[in-house]
Design a protein around this ligand. Structure first.
Ligand code: NAD
Ligand code: SER
Length: 318
């Protein structure tokens, strides 16, 4: 019987991953944890606990008491928030991961999932079709913490045989939970403002092209990687995952096809510099070869679904 712990379960990814894992493993076997409350479906459908990932004793006690066998360690501060509080972000992102890897080693957890990001790449990385193995000199504290995290994951696998698996997620787009302080958040906010205000002021420039992915594809890929036989996993740092690449001008044009009066304006802030340091598109051929990652949403299909679902959500909440 698997007993799964999710940290950061109230966030953009965790709130959806929790529900997907509960469908597979049973509601009572998936423990959602975070510092803040989760959306109602997560809180009501199974166990939810307040747990701080940098409280090592609480983490160890929780894991032992609940006989946890697998962890999805999502708690972190994202790129935009991390630039505002660099040392605090380093503490949360690194201490949380190191405590988790130690816990996995000491308690014999079967598997750990930890997300990395396209933020491990930097201004000196080839920007188009960025390869799995390439120059990685990140210029943000978030990117530095993710790159260091990848090295630690590989180290714990090689030295202690901890079965840790990871994906370098692109920017993730979803309608269920708000995005949490990232540079790619504009691609979520734009849908809400398009529906509510018919206009959006973008914090990136019109040609800031970035790799993105719809949440369902990210969740399915994560579960697929975790279900893959360990012998097929050749990357123990983190797998590149491609998704779809677009810039603010392109997503605005797609939204305009549904809402003709929609207008976008641009007022780039500090996140523009972060975006400029990241790749525009990703080569994920290694993930395809090793575990056959699949995605089904392009910009057109994703835009339609985001608009439909956010409209429904706004009607229910008003
Ligand atoms: P999010 O900000 O929406 O959620 C993170 C959650 O972690 C929040 O609910 C927050 O309350 C929680 N948290 C923060 N500090 C904590 C602590 N000390 N103890 C316990 N919980 C704490 O972020 P997300 O988008 O869901 O991202 C989840 C993970 O995926 C992160 O590691 C992030 O770096 C990674 N990632 C996300 C994206 C993306 O586009 N969303 C892309 C690449 C990687
Ligand atoms: N979407 C994330 C961010 O912008 C990338 O990891 O921070």
């Amino acid at each position: 019987m698997e007993k799964i712990l999710i940290t950061g379960a109230s966030g953009q990814i965790g709130s959806e991953l929790t529900m997907a894992l509960r469908k597979i493993y049973g509601n009572d076997n998936v423990y959602a944890t975070d510092l803040k409350d989760a959306p109602a479906d997560v809180m009501e459908s199974g166990p939810f606990h307040k747990l701080d990932v940098i409280d090592n004793k609480a983490l160890v006690d929780f894991t032992i008491q609940n006989k946890i066998t697998q962890v999805y360690h999502l708690a972190a501060l994202l790129s935009g928030t991390a630039e505002k509080k660099p040392l605090f972000a380093w503490d949360i992102n690194m201490k949380g991961l190191l405590y988790m890897l130690e816990l996995a080693k000491d308690t014999g957890l079967k598997k750990v999932f930890w997300p990395s990001s396209i933020a491990v790449f930097g201004p000196t990385t080839p920007k188009v079709n960025t390869p799995q193995l390439t120059v990685a000199e990140p210029s943000t504290v978030y990117g530095i913490s993710k790159l260091a995290g990848e090295r630690w994951c590989e180290y714990y696998f090689n030295r202690y045989e901890v079965d840790v698996r990871s994906i370098r997620y692109p920017g993730l787009i979803s309608y269920k939970t708000e995005a949490g302080g990232g540079t790619t958040d504009y691609a979520v906010e734009i849908f809400y403002d398009a529906i509510k205000e018919k206009k959006y002021e973008c914090f990136l420039k019109e040609d800031a092209k970035l790799p993105m992915m719809f949440m369902d594809d990210a969740i399915n890929s994560t579960i697929k990687l975790m279900e893959t036989d360990a012998s097929k996993i050749t990357i123990r740092s983190s797998y590149n995952l491609g998704g779809i690449s677009f810039d603010p001008k392109e997503i605005a044009a797609e939204i305009k096809r549904h809402i003709p009066e929609f207008e976008i304006t641009y007022k780039p802030d500090f996140r523009q510099k972060i975006a400029e340091s990241w790749p525009q598109s990703i080569d994920d051929s290694v993930a395809r070869k090793d575990w056959d990652c699949i995605y089904t949403y392009d910009l057109t299909k994703m835009t339609q679904l985001m608009l439909d679902e956010i409209r429904k959500k706004l009607v229910i909440n008003n």
